[in-house]
Design a protein around this ligand. Structure first.
Ligand code: GLU
Length: 505
């Protein structure tokens, strides 16, 4: 066989293996939020990437609530997380599983490690550990546990127990171990066991020395990921050091190690990790601020992933193209302008019917009074009027206040306009000629008649009418606004009240 031919055969064989591997690995991914706060934008973005990857490979997207920290976990946060994921359209295929309901599984796993001699009880007191850390600090060393209780004899253990000390359980970490994995985003990753802070605590103190206390994060995650047959762990890069520790745990259990993908952090304009100080961080805040779920989901997809072509797409469309080759290593800057732009694009595509449905809760929360059924046509006309000017749904509250509220306040600019010469007779003329039934056409005719009869510029009448009817000099189309006010029978009163601001000629 010639050289070329044999390399061709080799190539074919490797391609074949690849294909077989791709088909045989069933993708199972998970999002594992801790309910210690509302659904955070970073967690939601991680959920987006997991969801996209699962859908791309016809895999399974699992939701697991990591609520072992009983002091900080709250049911209302769990609800906020479930609501936020649902709102974004990140529907899970399995779960939610709750770690708090799986504690026996973790304890069994810890017992296995103890039985294998891979974990041990450590009786150090907080004071001893503090002293150790201070000494390390004084020597300019990084703080780490010095594994001092790794080889206690049964007699030494009994002595500590007799003193009433409550042990934690530590997992042995070999300082000399090199931990290497191929990260789907970051390429080859290497960690030294010695950089992991010494033997790691996997269970908190237990009151009875022979019991196993509260299992901790790294242990619980690995047990769950093994039990749930997770094929790919996709999470934020702040978990990289945990990954090194977790790989050692997989090995200790003799389990296959999943693939890892560490996604870049979301940064603020100054390049620091996006935090509460940047205004909003939870998905429910974004919802309140008036972002549309589809637009926010689209935007989050762009936080770290560069799509091959268009930047505007549904999650399902993104899933068709999603892969980790296009996920950047560098942090993703959160760009409010871009989010606003995307949101306005989505918003302007909504029909008045749909827009009305999404705006009703904002109007209701603002305390506006309306009958959502009887006044439905009026609300849809209003939506059609203000929709094109909206960037965020919440802006509809301010924009439509003068249409809902029977009483308004006139801005200083509006008052100044009303005090201009000729305004009073013009407004009076409009009032005198105001028909019982006003349409946009009759309103225009009426304005033209007043302009003619009063011998003034049309601009003056238009501007004054706007000031009088809306209380402001800027806003949606005047004729349409007037029409809406007239349908609610408030235009006559409004014009009469505005007259009190005019200077009597
Ligand atoms: N509960 C962890 C978190 O919220 C999950 C990390 C992981 O995906 O393993 O950050």
């Amino acid at each position: 066989m010639s050289r070329n031919l044999s390399s061709l055969v080799l190539l074919f064989k490797s391609l074949h293996t690849l294909r077989v591997k791709r088909i045989s690995v069933s993708v199972r991914v998970r999002i594992a939020p801790s309910p210690t706060g509302n659904l955070h934008i970073g967690t939601a973005r991680t959920a987006v990437f997991n969801w996209l990857f699962a859908r791309h490979h016809q895999g399974t997207f699992i939701l697991r609530i990591e609520d072992t920290d009983t002091a900080r976990s709250q049911p209302q946060y769990t609800q906020n997380i479930l609501d936020g994921l649902t709102w974004l359209g990140l529907i899970w295929d399995e779960g939610p599983y709750f770690q708090s309901e799986r504690l026996s599984l973790y304890r069994e796993a810890i017992q296995q490690l103890l039985d294998k001699g891979l974990a041990y009880r450590c009786y150090c007191t907080e004071a001893e550990l503090d002293e150790l850390r201070s000494a390390q600090k004084a020597r300019g060393e990084a703080p780490r546990y010095d594994n001092r209780h790794r080889h206690l004899t049964p007699k030494q253990e009994a002595a500590f127990q007799a003193q009433g000390r409550q042990p934690v359980i530590r997992f042995k970490i070999d300082d000399e171990r090199q931990i290497v994995w191929q990260d789907l985003v970051r390429g080859t990753m290497t960690w030294r066991g010695g950089d992991l802070g010494g033997d790691m605590v996997i269970a908190r103190t237990s009151t009875t020395p022979s019991d196993i206390g509260q299992p901790l994060y790294n242990l619980a995650v690995v047990v769950d990921d093994m039990d749930m047959a997770i094929s790919h762990v996709i999470r934020g890069e702040d978990h990289i050091a945990n990954t090194a520790k977790q790989i050692l745990l997989y090995e200790a259990f003799g389990a296959a190690v999943p693939d890892f993908a560490h996604t870049p952090l979301i940064l603020n304009a100054e390049g620091r990790k996006l935090s509460k100080r940047d205004g909003v961080t939870s998905i429910s805040d974004f919802e309140k601020m008036g972002f549309i779920a589809a637009a926010l989901a689209n935007y989050m997809t762009l936080l770290g992933w560069s799509p091959p072509d268009a930047e505007r797409f549904t999650l399902a469309e993104a899933a068709q193209q999603f892969d980790f080759q296009r996920v950047n290593k560098a942090g993703a800057k959160f760009d409010w302008d871009k989010l606003d732009w995307l949101n306005s694009q989505y918003l302007h595509d909504l029909t008045p019917t749909v827009l009305t449905d999404v705006l009703i809760p904002y109007w209701r929360d603002a305390g506006y009074r309306f009958d959502p059924e009887a006044e439905r046509p009026w609300l849809e006309e209003l939506s059609a009027l203000i929709g094109p000017s909206l960037t965020r749904l919440s802006e509809a509250v301010q924009m439509s206040r003068f249409l809902f509220e029977p009483q308004i306040e006139w801005s200083e600019d509006a008052q100044t306009q009303l005090q201009q010469p000729d305004v009073a007779p013009c407004l009076r003329a409009v009032l005198d000629a105001l028909p019982a039934q006003l349409t946009p056409e009759t309103a225009k005719t009426l304005i033209n008649q007043v302009v003619k009869a009063q011998g003034v510029k049309k601009g003056l009448v238009m501007k004054s009418l706007r000031a009088a009817l809306t209380g402001d000099l800027h806003g949606p189309d005047l004729i349409q606004s007037w029409d809406l006010l007239h349908q609610r029978q408030v235009d006559r009163d409004r014009l009469t009240q505005a007259l009190t601001y005019t200077s009597v000629a």
